[in-house]
Ligand binder design. Sequence first.
Ligand SMILES: Nc1nc2c(c(=O)[nH]1)N[C@H]1C(S)=C(S)[C@@H](COP(=O)(O)OP(=O)(O)OC[C@H]3O[C@@H](n4cnc5c(N)ncnc54)[C@H](O)[C@@H]3O)O[C@H]1N2
Ligand code: MOO
Length: 493
Amino acid sequence: MTAPDARADEDTESAESAESAESTRKTEDAEDADDLDVEEALALVNEASGRTPGRTPGHAPSAHRPRRHGVPWTDARAIAERAGRNGTARNGTGSRAAHRARAAPVSVPLDAALGLTLAAPLTALTDLPSFDTSAMDGWAVSGPGPWTVREEGVLAGHAAHTPLTDGEAARIATGARVPPETTAVLRSEHGRTDAKGRLHAAAPRSGGTAQAGHAATVAHGQDIRPRGQECRSGDQLLSAGTLVTPAVLGLAAAAGYDTLSAFPRPRVEVLVLGDELLTAGLPHDGLIRDALGPMLPPWLRALGAEVTAVRRVRDDAHTLHKAITKSDADLVVTTGGTAAGPVDHVHPTLSRIGAELLVDGVEVRPGHPMLLARTKENQHLVGLPGNPLAAVSGLLTLAEPLLRTLAARPAPEPYTMPLRDAVHGHPHDTRLIPVALRGDIALPLHYNGPAMLRGIAAADALAVVPPGGTRPRQEAELLDLPWASGGIGVCFT
Ligand SMILES: Nc1nc2c(c(=O)[nH]1)N[C@H]1C(S)=C(S)[C@@H](COP(=O)(O)OP(=O)(O)OC[C@H]3O[C@@H](n4cnc5c(N)ncnc54)[C@H](O)[C@@H]3O)O[C@H]1N2
Ligand code: MOO
């Protein structure tokens, strides 16, 4: 990671400054070369100098292609999504048994339902409004004016009053139940009382107060919200599958609900691997701060999960085995240890427990060693690479679709935007690049090396850069970051 890390003290503003195309290309080449294995780096150099015999750019004969690992990025996402929906798992006798990965709906009090998905349609339990209601502060009137004003007024929250008689009015507050026989509500700024205490409707002045001597008519039903105006009891207000937002909570409460039938948040346990990680203070003596422990739990919550625990696990096969096998979470997320280093214990441990590897490596940069396994019935494991941006890539590639399906959340609408600058592509793999959105254009950010977080921390989305890269202004698919769409309140609680 020498090339990307060497750039770590550049000014962030340079991410937005217009560097020359040449210097950008060189830097990105350096980052990419660092990211590639030797075969791939050589292929890239050969492609650039046109020395690969018999090869058309973008159409490499398979025999000449470097050895590939893993599945294409879009396939990986589709596999993760399917894994969360339905699947098969080996049962005790080794044969495969169908099971449902998603938990059954539960009844959840309104104050705990934010961010969940409705498991049943929201059907009104009452008419809304449930009685004829005054829409304004003023007078409930019966028949044409002038009116005699009753002494007793009507406030919101009070029970029914005696019916008005023709020519009678009663002071009324917004939201109060109108007395029987009310024909209209006269707004306070549209009425005036004469010397005998009789109420007249008067045309308002420009300032809003009533204008003496300018009589006005009051239309039948004016400023009354009739019972059932918004819905009748039994009307379907929202369909199953709707995400519970603050507005949905409000509607549910108004419609008479105390609890909602919703899919529970999938329970996720995070295992942070690495003996080199510190949880406080400055890096020293080869030790570095753990960046994933603080980042993953809120991000996972934003993706619909309940994080039950974050455990730090020593680089030791036995400890990892114990941590995985004793977890009863729906999803175990590990960080680090996915590659082939001397203390990379994730693969051997999965193999030891007989886990089914659904995705073992993905053709995406950064993050290609990411993996998805079914560890037991109704439990999956997502192995995120230790490099922080590679971990984000794994989170959005594998954990997002899996959690979305487990939580029964609707899939986000895919969308594209033009990328302002050319983005250098990997020869064969998809690249995920942090971008900032500026109006109708996405600005590729620097500091996008696998070990970096500076780009993603300033980003609104990740751009999906296809193999071969993109030209300036070329459209690219964008993956939203949960907080960029203003979803913090919804997603993080
Ligand atoms: N021989 C190979 N070596 C590597 C390969 C490969 O294909 N062959 N792939 C490289 C790539 S790409 C990645 S990404 C990493 C993946 O490594 P691991 O998942 O095994 O992760 P570690 O080795 O444990 O750590 C990698 C790197 O990330 C730092 N790290 C780990 N956890 C954290 C954390 N919680 N917070 C901050 N930083 C963390 C760790 O210190 C290492 O620097 O493997 C490459 N090697
Ligand atoms: O880039 Mo690793 O991509 O550092 O997966």
